[in-house]
Design a protein around this ligand. Sequence first.
Ligand code: HEC
Ligand code: HEC
Length: 356
Amino acid sequence: MTIVRAAFFIIVIVFLGFSDVRGAELVPITTVPDNPANPVTPEKVELGKKLFFDRRLSGDGTMSCATCHNPEKGYTDGMAISLSYPTTKNWRNAPTLINVAFSRPLFWDGRARGLEEQALFPIMSAFEMNQNLDFLEEELKAVPEYVEAFRVVFGGEITRERIAMAIAAFERTIVSRNSPLDRYLMGDRDALNPIQKKGLDIFVGKGRCVLCHNGPNLTDNRFYNLGVPDNPVLKNDPRVMATMKFTAKISGYTAYNLLTEDPGRFLVTKDPRDWKAFRTPTLRDLALTGPYMHNGVFKDIEEVIDFFDRGGGDSPYKTELLKPLGLSREEKEALKAFLLDALQGETVPVSPPDLP
Ligand code: HEC
Ligand code: HEC
């Protein structure tokens, strides 16, 4: 009788302990989300790729999208805090564009609804490409190859909306396919080696990672405050602080001048529960995309794993989903092997196009 009762309690405890992990699943990548209002065609992708690499998109002609989303660095710039327009400073980490077609809304705080809307933000941004869109339209119209390409792709002239549409179509082709995890999920039991399999078990079990990192792109596209510490440059470099306050000001936050830390999604919703919440990022091709987090404060995967093992950081409104994990050294090693090796796909190689 006591044994039966004890067994019953153990089952209940196990059930409660993992109940919030149930329903969260890993899914292999098969199809890529499209935008019916902006279908991907080969000619549009070719045009979008040219624009993505074209420095005409920046005010002083020094920067293209690829400057900060460099295909050779996993579509990031490899910096903790991203590059910026000359004499200004950026304030956040440049996220990878690998599998960005799966993400919505965009940016660490979700302030852009989709790729077509997003593309014009960095072009106009004072601390990124600092370009004037009316001027850019005229600049591109002065290039016969672009005039012809827009006519073929869109049946009309060059507009800012079409510039954004072409870039978005190109971005939807940046997909990480056929990683060991995908092959494993599609039935190839040998696609993961024993240590990677152990890492996967921790990812979906004891590590609770799958609570937020799930679905085909290993993200639920939701926002959480994990208590990630601010990058010290925010307080130490007045130009970084100026960029933050400027961003808060144009978001319509009237008390922007009192800010001393990155408020995250709060700037978009103005809801205190979103204070310092950031969007769950993809973990695909993770080995290529460090440093990590919205402000690059963790330089490598070991630091990230240690952070989650501690149950995250310290912040009011920190999510209740993080708890100390008590991972052993071997378990951390297995998790690391899974994250760095099993999530590495065959990204289509992209070389800079010939520009008109
Ligand atoms: C000066 C560096 C820089 C340049 C140039 C730049 N970006 Fe970014 N990009 C960033 C940073 C930093 C972020 C994150 C900003 C944030 O979340 O607040 C970002 C975010 C993004 C995102 C959102 C990704 C996600 O997962 O939410 C997309 C898409 C993107 N950039 C595309 C582009 C395109 C297209 C161009 C060219 C038109 C471009 N970027 C130019 C630095 C740059
Ligand atoms: C409560 C949801 C949640 C859980 C659980 C969670 N993560 Fe995350 N993860 C996030 C969010 C949100 C971020 C971005 C936080 C930020 O930048 O401030 C993130 C960032 C990361 C990053 C950095 C990626 C990058 O490109 O910068 C890695 C790596 C990561 N998580 C791995 C893990 C692992 C491994 C686990 C389990 C041990 C885990 N996460 C558990 C939500 C979660």
